[in-house]
Design a protein around this ligand. Sequence first.
Ligand code: SF4
Ligand code: SF4
Length: 126
Amino acid sequence: MFDYSDISEAKAKEIHDHVAEKPERKIKLPKTLAVINQSGCTGCEACIQFCPVDCIEVVPGPRFVDMGKLVEVDLNRCIGCKLCSKYCPWDTITMIPSAESFDKANEWTLRSVVKLDVTDGPLWKT
Ligand code: SF4
Ligand code: SF4
């Protein structure tokens, strides 16, 4: 292990300047992101096993907090690898062009469900 307490001021400046010179890391938005249509989700959690970046979360069920749980993709972390959509046994995950994915998620996923008063009628548009 390198002993940083032993570092000279000049060396520290050299390292600082070297790091500062590095170009900013560019994060490329994936072409498509995974959007779950929760009306078809059984909460089987199979998709979670395949997600390499662990960005699929279990969320409370639309009618009962502890029962009928569903899942939701955190689109900000999704890298668009498509594995979840490939392996979802119920074909309820669709890869959507990134620019449209957040709107589609608002329509299809918990983002809208949690805001609904579940006593107010149907959860899903038919
Ligand atoms: S694999 Fe499909 S059905 Fe199962 S929890 Fe994931 S989205 Fe829902
Ligand atoms: S596309 Fe890949 S990164 Fe995105 S939610 Fe599915 S498995 Fe995870």
